[in-house]
Design a protein around this ligand. Structure first.
Ligand code: TXA
Ligand code: MG
Length: 327
């Protein structure tokens, strides 16, 4: 398949809508990362998304809609869910909610679950695309399954060139981390994935704490713990690079080894926006300089730091080949 570059123009959006209506796949920017979009009501379009990413089909996709009203048409929103939607949409919050029986979402998009992960992205182009398409778009992050999410069109092309119909040439994304995913266990708000909206902001809006235990528990073997992984290995909480390592710093530390810094001033927003691009660049630098490890400075665990640490820990987690080697 020839992957076409689409421009951020009315013409580009019309072309994308044409592709989507025919069940094709288009990568588009959101405020978090690029998403690989397809018609969420079309099984074939959704199957194409799974195939392009090499994603296991038991892993459901996030459904993107243009506003709260469209979310209400697809899901059953409790008053708390509605309040969160009103407070944070458009924005980097995904809510996992019961799916309405009458919704015509593809069963494949939700992997047959009775719930849907849904959000309204805060990106002008994404909103114009959703508006003109007129229906929900299923869109996981636009990267090969298990790899680092794409925050720039060239990162999308790195993994998916020839595997998708089109990609918008629309520059870097603002937040740089995927959305925060929140579910309700009965009545209790549960964090499933820390992300671009700090969990503290959600707790404050709800006026009660959010259960974060599920999101912290990532080490069960085989549970897709390894994710967001570059080729090189990662060593976390490093105070500096060893002789066989590339450095990925945070804050004002100077080191002589080749490396990069997520934010020299120690700003978590800047570090979040840089994270995936810097992981890719550090990986390339490791290959270039013939080393096999990236040493990563410690990053505080508050605000966006929770999500940054989550992605770093997954990137550093044992990989399937490690289990094989241990046998
Ligand atoms: O920022 C984002 O969330 C980006 C942009 C493109 O919107 N999307 C994204 O999608 O990160 P993806 O597919 O890479 O991650 C979605 C996560 C997966 O871990 C999936 O298991 C979970 O959401 N998920 C989807 N539906 C779910 C459901 N019904 N219940 C629990 N988890 C669900
Ligand atoms: Mg992803």
């Amino acid at each position: 398949m020839n992957t076409i570059m689409l421009s951020d123009t009315p013409r580009g959006v019309r072309a994308a809508v044409g592709i989507l209506r025919q069940g094709g796949t288009v990568a588009f920017p959101t405020e978090t990362v690029y998403g690989l979009g397809g018609d969420a009501t079309n099984d074939q379009a959704v199957a194409r998304i799974f195939a392009a990413k090499g994603r296991p089909s038991f892993n459901p996709l996030i459904v993107h809609v243009s506003d709260l009203a469209q979310a209400e048409a697809i899901t059953e929103m409790s008053s708390e869910a509605r309040a969160l939607g009103a407070a944070f949409w458009p924005g980097p919050l995904t809510l996992v909610l019961p799916r309405r029986a009458a919704s015509d979402l593809s069963e494949l998009a939700t992997a047959g679950l009775p719930t849907v992960a849904i959000r309204v992205p805060d990106h002008d182009l994404a909103r114009r695309l959703l508006g003109e398409f007129g229906g929900p778009l299923a869109a996981p992050s636009a990267n090969l399954s298990g790899r680092v999410s794409a925050t720039r069109p060239e990162h999308v092309m790195d993994g998916l060139d020839g595997r998708i119909s089109g990609v918008f040439d629309a520059g870097p994304t603002r937040v740089g981390l995927e959305s925060t995913i929140l579910a309700f266990d009965g009545d209790i708000p549960v964090l499933l994935r820390p992300g671009g909206l700090p969990v503290e902001a959600i707790a404050e809006a709800l006026g009660r704490p959010v259960d974060t235990r599920a999101a912290r528990h990532i080490t069960a073997p085989g549970q897709l713990a390894s994710h967001y992984a570059p080729r090189a290995r990662l060593r976390l909480e490093a105070s500096g690079p060893g002789p066989d390592e590339v450095w990925l710093g945070f804050g004002p530390v100077s080191v002589l080894r080749p490396g990069l810094n997520l934010s020299p001033s120690g700003d978590l927003m800047e570090a979040a926006a840089n994270l995936f691009a810097h992981l890719r660049a550090a990986d390339a630098l490791a290959t270039e300089t013939g080393v096999r490890r990236i040493a990563v400075a410690s990053v505080p665990r508050t605000g966006l730091g929770l999500a940054i640490n989550d992605r770093l820990e997954r990137a550093a987690a044992p990989r399937p080949e490690d289990y094989a080697a241990a046998l």
